[in-house]
Write a protein that binds this ligand. Structure first.
Ligand SMILES: [Zn+2]
Length: 255
C-alpha cells in the first residue's frame, strides 16, 4: 500500500473514532442529565416517604443545632410579640393535628436578615428582621404558610435525599468514599440554604395562596411581602435569594 493512501485511511479511522467517542459522551451526558432531572426527584420522593419519623425528628433537631452553633443568634423580639406570633402559627397549623410532622415555631436573629425556613420535621424558623418587615397578620401568615407548604410537600427531606443521591453517585464515580461521610452535614446545609428547586418554591407559594384566600379572602399579602423584600434585598442570604426570581413568583401569583 502506498504511504499516502495509508495516511488517508488512518485519518479516516481517527475521524470515525472521534465520532464514536463524541456520540458516547453525548449519550452519557444526556443519560446523566435525565437521571439528575427525572429519576433523582422521583427516587427522592419515594425514599423520603419511607424514612421513619424518628429520623425526621433527629435531622430537624440536628439542623437547628448546627445553625444555632454557626449563624443563628437569640431573638430580640419581646415576649408579647412572640406570644402573638405563636398564636397565629397555631391557628395556621390547626388542621394538621393528624400530620406525620410536628409543627413548631422558632424565633431567631440571623445577621439582621429577613428570612424564614422550614426544617425536616416541621420546625419553622422565622428571623426578627422578617417579623419586623411585615406590617400585619396577613403578611406574617404569607411567610409562615409558605414555609408550612414546604413541610406539607416534604420538600426539605426530599431535597436532603436528592443531594445525598448526588453525593453518593459522585463519590462512586470519582472513587472518593470520604465524601459519603459528609453527606448528612452537607446535605443539611445544602437542603436548607438553596437547593429547593424552582418547582418546590412555586408549590410552597401555591399552598400559601390557597390558604391565604381561605383565611382572609385575599392572597395579596404574599405579593406585598415579596415586594418589600425585593426593595430591601441586599444580601445573598435573604429569603429571596434562596427562591426563584421575584418576577417569576409575582408572575405566577398573578395568574
Ligand atoms: Zn421557599
Amino acid at each position: 500500500m502506498n504511504s499516502s493512501l495509508e495516511t488517508r485511511i488512518n485519518a479516516q479511522q481517527q475521524k470515525q473514532w472521534l465520532w464514536i467517542i463524541v456520540s458516547a459522551l453525548i449519550v452519557v451526558v444526556f443519560a446523566g442529565y435525565q437521571f439528575y432531572t427525572q429519576s433523582i426527584p422521583y427516587l427522592a420522593e419515594k425514599i423520603a416517604a419511607a424514612i421513619p419519623k424518628s429520623i425526621y425528628q433527629a435531622i430537624d433537631e440536628n439542623s437547628l443545632t448546627t445553625l444555632d452553633d454557626s449563624e443563628l443568634k437569640s431573638t430580640k423580639l419581646s415576649e408579647a410579640k412572640q406570644q402573638e406570633l405563636q398564636l397565629l402559627f397555631d391557628k395556621l397549623v390547626k388542621d394538621k393535628a393528624d400530620s406525620e410532622r410536628e409543627f413548631k415555631l422558632k424565633f431567631r436573629n440571623w445577621n439582621d436578615q429577613a428570612n424564614a425556613m422550614a426544617l425536616a420535621n416541621g420546625t419553622v424558623v422565622i428571623t426578627d428582621a422578617m417579623v419586623n418587615l411585615t406590617t400585619d397578620q396577613q403578611e406574617l401568615s404569607a411567610v409562615l404558610l409558605h414555609e408550612i407548604g414546604h413541610v406539607e410537600h416534604n420538600h426539605v427531606m426530599e431535597s436532603l435525599v436528592s443531594s445525598s443521591i448526588v453525593y453518593v453517585s459522585l463519590s462512586f464515580l470519582l472513587g472518593d468514599i470520604s465524601a459519603v461521610s459528609n453527606i448528612a452535614l452537607q446535605g443539611t446545609v445544602v437542603g436548607i440554604h438553596n437547593s429547593y428547586s424552582r418547582q418546590a418554591e412555586l408549590e410552597a407559594d401555591k399552598y400559601a395562596l390557597t390558604k391565604l384566600n381561605a383565611l382572609y379572602g385575599s392572597d395579596q399579602a404574599i405579593k406585598s411581602v415579596l415586594t418589600k423584600l425585593e426593595k430591601e434585598h441586599n444580601s445573598e442570604f435573604s429569603w429571596l435569594s434562596t427562591h426563584p426570581s421575584f418576577e417569576e413568583r409575582i408572575d405566577k401569583i398573578d395568574k
